[in-house]
Design a protein around this ligand. Structure first.
Ligand code: DQA
Length: 144
């Protein structure tokens, strides 16, 4: 099974953001961890991160021909980007939305997600562990 992990805006600066919220790890450490979990779980993962919305949309399109499952953390785009909503709407495979922090318990504006209704699961507030759960969810599939 091939899974693409798409991280969006500002996630490259994870280690510079409030450690009380984001844990202090670098994006590279997070991605290394995700690749290790993928190895253990038995799936192939491709991790990508960009600060450019159009590139993120391009990568959603790329995933249409490659991925059997999608993990997406759009960062702040998730709260307002209808372009990312429309790109995510194209996925025919299962999609899991992940947020490191608990967006439901932060500022009001973070509680809304453009991906609502488009994703098969949403995992928030579990830190890096959320990505492991997302991989497991996708590998397990809906009915098993
Ligand atoms: C985030 C939550 C978003 O509200 C925020 O803009 C981010 C990171 C998270 O992983 O917790 O950049 O997606």
């Amino acid at each position: 099974m091939r899974i693409v992990v798409l991280n969006g805006v500002n996630l490259d600066a994870l280690d510079r953001r409030d450690p009380a919220i984001y844990g202090g790890m670098t994006l590279s450490e997070l991605e290394t961890q995700i690749y290790q979990w993928a190895n253990q779980i038995g799936c192939t993962v491709r991790c990508r991160q960009t600060n450019h919305e159009g590139e993120f949309v391009d990568w959603c399109h790329d995933a249409l021909d490659w991925a059997d499952g999608v993990v997406v953390n759009p960062g702040a785009w998730g709260h307002y980007s209808w372009a990312i909503h429309d790109a995510a709407e194209l996925f025919t495979v299962s999609v899991v939305e992940v947020h490191l922090s608990n967006i439901d318990e932060r500022e009001e504006w973070r509680r809304f997600s453009v991906l609502e209704g488009l994703v098969d699961a949403r995992i928030v507030g579990k830190g890096p562990e959320g990505y492991r759960e997302a991989l497991e969810f996708l590998v397990k599939g809906p009915d098993k």
